[in-house]
Every structure is written in structure tokens, then in C-alpha cells.
Write a protein that binds this ligand. Structure first.
Ligand SMILES: C[S@@+](CC[C@H](N)C(=O)[O-])C[C@H]1O[C@@H](n2cnc3c(N)ncnc32)[C@H](O)[C@@H]1O
Length: 383
């Protein structure tokens, strides 16, 4: 199968596709530093640097469209959903390509907050657009923590496919087992689904949409959960002195409240007095990291490692996001934080891509590493 990778960044989708034998034939990003990493890792042949708005005509035919699109608010606050809402946005370009090229599948990734932004209106517009260009859309919230990564990072993956019947959703029988028998019947009967424009303030963690209608439910358990990995298991043994701030942090602790609690798997030792719960915190290494982001403030978060205090290294960022240690070596250490913080953990989107491959019935040879073939055996298309 052939994929394109929109908003490719440093190639989170690319690594996942490579590991599953899916060929990436075209990729694009506007950011020069991300582009340099992408070219260094994957070659320049398939990579097109620049603004997607000017490159639409170069997109080739493909089977799977992938992309972690930037989250831009849509303009209209009106009740009616429609293409006007997303005019001029980067998401509109995705819909544009889907209409022009009609790939059989897409896999998109974004922040979980998308489900509740603007009282659900934002996601409703997305679902409406994707389902009206002929796709059965299935979304699901995933957490990096479930994929053997030492990070609490909740993301939504949105999978679409052209060839479908409403009840052929991709979540496993075990996942769906959390639903009541009534919900299971409803999920399988698209005629009972609600109009997307009658959505509530927030979309649930799993759902389906087709032709402007949707069904959703709260699924908490992740049946393919891998072994927990804690931060101390992935730390570098002898990081460079520049990552340490021991004196300075000891001073800061004087102005902090002791917490010593875990929140969503993250061990918080101290919070700055009066600060937000996650702001200016000092973390322990017995839990996982909080969501790595691309903002500079994260560089000043401290971790207590033994008797010393330091920030995470660029290599630790790579590990926590599931990238090879030296993936971003072409960038400065400072820029690497941003590039990794912006990226998608490959294992997380590999999960979604495996669903696509399974649906396609393609025989493939997974390369060792990212995905576990055992997970495939538990997959069920139909209930
Ligand atoms: C959330 S990041 C995606 C990261 C990617 N999934 C990864 O694994 O690194 C969004 C990307 O969209 C890119 N971007 C933003 N505006 C763009 C545009 N107009 N054309 C092309 N790429 C754009 C950014 O440079 C950024 O790398």
C-alpha cells in the first residue's frame, strides 16, 4: 500500500508506515528544521518542503492519507456545519485531497482536546466533512502510556475508509465489550445514529460517523495495553552537565509546595506555590512524564534523579516519544525538544495503521520493534 504523509514533521507516521511495509511516496512540511530531519532520515526523494496550500497539485494517487494536522480554530460560530466553517484552514486541505484523490483510507491524529473544543463544534465540523466525502469515520482516544512509552499523552486517531458497511468498525471485540448490548446494536445500525449537528458539548472517546450521522460511546479500557514503562527505565545514565540545575532547583523548592502524589501516572514531587497543577513542577522518575509539548516552558521542568535535579535530555525526549535516540541529530538540542514535542509517537499511529492493513487483508511482514504481531490476532472486524 502507498501512503502520503501530510504535516509530516519529523516523520512519526513515516516510521510507523515503514515498520508495517507501507510505502510513503509523498510527504510535506513547511518547517525547515523538521524538513532537514526528515530528509536526513528518509531521503529527499519523496519529501516536499513548503506550504501545503501551494503543493496540492503535486500530491500523487495513494491508498492511505496520513497526517497529524495543526489544530486551528474554525471561523464560524453558527449552528450549521459546513465547508464554510473550515475555509482557509489546513484541515480543509485534507478534505480537498480526499475529494480529489479518493484514497481508500486515511489516518489522522490530533490532541484529545479536539473532542471538546468550542463545545464540540470543531470536531463536529471535522466529522461532518470527512463523513460527507464518502468515508466511514472511526475515532478513538489513545494514550502513549498504553504503548509501552513513559508518557501520559492522550491523542485522538481518526481512521476513515471508503469501502465499508456501518457495522464493520475497527475497534476490537474486547474494546466494544465495554458497551451495553443496546449500544452494540445501535453501533451496528447506522439508521439509529444521530445527526452530527445535534452533537452535545463533547464527543466521547470512541465513535463512528457516516453521511453526516454519528454514534459514540465512552470506551475506557485499552485491550492491547502493553507493559508499563517508567521514566527511570529510559533515562540516560550520564547526561551532559548542561542538563542539571541542582542548586537553582533547591532554591526553587523553598518556594514550592510538597505534593508527592501521582496524577495520571505522573509523579509530582513539588509544585510552585500558587502555580497551576502542572506548571513549574518538579517531577519524580518513578512514574511517567507528563505530555511533552513543543513549548519552551517545558524545558524548565525539573526532574529529581537521585540527589540531583535536571531537565530531560533531547535523547530522553526521543525515547519518551518512541523515536530512535539520534533521530533529530541534524537539529540543535534546543530545537529537538520542539520537534519531538510536536511529533506523534509512531507506535500510536502504527496501531491505527494496523487496523487499516487488517481491514485490507493485505499480507505483510512486520519489522521487529514497534508493533507486536500478537495484537493482530486479537483484532476482530465484525461483532
Ligand atoms: C502537529 S505537527 C505534526 C508532527 C508530525 N506528525 C510528526 O510526527 O512530527 C504539525 C506540522 O504541520 C506543519 N505545518 C504547519 N503549517 C503547514 C503548512 N501550511 N504546510 C505544510 N505544513 C505545515 C508544521 O510545521 C508541523 O510540523
Amino acid at each position: 500500500m502507498k501512503a502520503i504523509e501530510l504535516f509530516s514533521g519529523i516523520g512519526g507516521f513515516r516510521i510507523a508506515c515503514d515498520s508495517l511495509g507501507i510505502e510513503t511516496i509523498w510527504a510535506n512540511d513547511i518547517n525547515a528544521k523538521a524538513a532537514a530531519v526528515y530528509r536526513a532520515q528518509f531521503g529527499s526523494e519523496s519529501f516536499h518542503e513548503g506550504d501545503i496550500n501551494h503543493l496540492l497539485d503535486t500530491v500523487p494517487d495513494h491508498d492511505i492519507l496520513t497526517g497529524g494536522f495543526p489544530c486551528q480554530p474554525f471561523s464560524s460560530a453558527g449552528k450549521k456545519l459546513g465547508i464554510e466553517d473550515m475555509r482557509g484552514t489546513l484541515f480543509e486541505k485534507i478534505v480537498d485531497i480526499l475529494e480529489r484523490k479518493s484514497p481508500r483510507y486515511f489516518v489522522l491524529e490530533n490532541v484529545k482536546r479536539l473532542l471538546s473544543m468550542d463545545q464540540g463544534k470543531h470536531f463536529a465540523t471535522i466529522l461532518d466533512a470527512l463523513s460527507r466525502v464518502g468515508y466511514l469515520v472511526e475515532w478513538r482516544v489513545l494514550n502513549a502510556i498504553d504503548f509501552g512509552l513513559a508518557q501520559n499523552r492522550e491523542r485522538i486517531v481518526i481512521i476513515g475508509r471508503k469501502d465499508h458497511t456501518p457495522n464493520s468498525h475497527l475497534c476490537t471485540r474486547e474494546d466494544i465489550g465495554e458497551l451495553t448490548p443496546h449500544q452494540i446494536r445501535q453501533a451496528a445500525d447506522a439508521s439509529s445514529w444521530k445527526n452530527i449537528e445535534d452533537h452535545g458539548a463533547k464527543f466521547n472517546t470512541w465513535g463512528l460517523a457516516l453521511h453526516g450521522k454519528f454514534f459514540h460511546a465512552k470506551i475506557n479500557r485499552f485491550s492491547e495495553r502493553q507493559k508499563d514503562v517508567k521514566l527511570h527505565e529510559v533515562l540516560e545514565r550520564h547526561p551532559d552537565a548542561r542538563f542539571f540545575f541542582t542548586e537553582d532547583t533547591l532554591e526553587r523548592i523553598k518556594n514550592s509546595d510538597e505534593v508527592n502524589r501521582y496524577y495520571s501516572g505522573v509523579e509530582i514531587l513539588y509544585n510552585q506555590k500558587g502555580g497551576a497543577r502542572m506548571g513549574y513542577s518538579i517531577f519524580g522518575i518513578n512514574g511517567v512524564a507528563p505530555t511533552l509539548t513543543c513549548t519552551a516552558s517545558r524545558h524548565y521542568e525539573r526532574y529529581r534523579v537521585g540527589n540531583e535535579y535536571r531537565r530531560l535530555t533531547n535523547i530522553e525526549y526521543a525515547r519518551i516519544q518512541g523515536f530512535p535516540d539520534h533521530h533529530c541529530d541534524t537539529a540543535s538540542v534546543y530545537d529537538q525538544y520542539t520537534l519531538y514535542g510536536n511529533a506523534v509517537p509512531p507506535a500510536l499511529v502504527a496501531w491505527a495503521l494496523r487496523k487499516v492493513i487488517h481491514h485490507e487483508g493485505t499480507t505483510f511482514q512486520p519489522s521487529p520493534g514497534i508493533e507486536s504481531p500478537a495484537a493482530l490476532e486479537t483484532q476482530m472486524d465484525l461483532i
